[in-house]
Design a protein. Structure first.
Length: 226
């Protein structure tokens, strides 16, 4: 099952307002770059939902907002004279840890929700996703069906998915000619336009279904339709 995982750096952001300057400060450089950037976000990157929320909130403001990096955990590193930014960063870290401890002690359910400025969200089995990873989505939605399909598909039973070398199977599929790759994708998705060829060759629909259901005759279909 997929689950939402939100990066703590975004939750521990420090907002500083002054009559002249407005800052968002973070102690994570990569988090700061992503939160304050203006380039398109990738739907499969970490904390995609939180980044949408932060960027949309900032863009909706009628004021200019600057971003600033603050070195984190300076006190733990032995720095004695902490500046204002470092002290406030420690305050924010302490507040975040305190809130987490409060949630844990109260046994509050940690359920990801759609955020106010999040334009849209994807739910899988009722759970909101922090990002859209196509491999993880496939594992969640189609892997059980695929494994069950291969259990009794061949003459040699495959009781568990671990008995299949999926990486070798993937590499073998990559060696197929481009035309055959396209045909397999269209055929397996039911999107191949075979009706016209069937009509020209006077092949009955029942016959073509029988051929399609036989994996051993898959290449025969390719030759017939070629």
């Amino acid at each position: 099952m997929l689950h939402s995982c939100n990066h703590c750096h975004y939750c521990e952001a420090l907002w500083y307002c002054h009559w002249r300057d407005n800052y968002i400060a973070l102690d994570g450089e990569s988090a700061l770059d992503e939160a304050c950037g203006d380039w398109p976000l990738a739907i499969d990157q970490a904390s995609y939902d939180l980044l949408q929320e932060i960027r949309n909130r900032v863009w909706a403001l009628p004021i200019d907002v600057k971003c600033r990096w603050v070195e984190g955990h300076q006190k733990e590193k032995g720095v004695r004279n902490l500046d204002w930014w470092a002290r406030r960063n420690d305050d924010v870290d302490a507040m975040a840890k305190s809130y987490l401890a409060q949630c844990t002690a109260a046994n509050w359910p940690q359920i990801p929700v759609r955020l106010l400025y999040e334009k849209w969200a994807v739910y899988v089995h009722g759970v909101k996703q922090a990002k859209i990873d196509k491999k993880e989505l496939y594992k969640t939605l189609f892997a059980p069906q695929t494994i069950n399909y291969y259990k009794n598909h061949h003459d040699i039973p495959i009781p568990t998915g671990s008995a299949v070398d999926w990486e070798a199977s993937r590499l073998t599929g990559n060696w197929l000619p481009t035309g055959l790759k396209r045909w397999k994708s269209k055929f397996l998705s039911g999107s191949i336009g075979i009706g016209h060829n069937i009509m020209l060759m006077h092949i009955g629909v029942t016959k073509i279904i029988q051929i399609a259901l036989s994996v051993a005759n898959t290449l025969i279909i390719v030759k017939i339709l070629a």
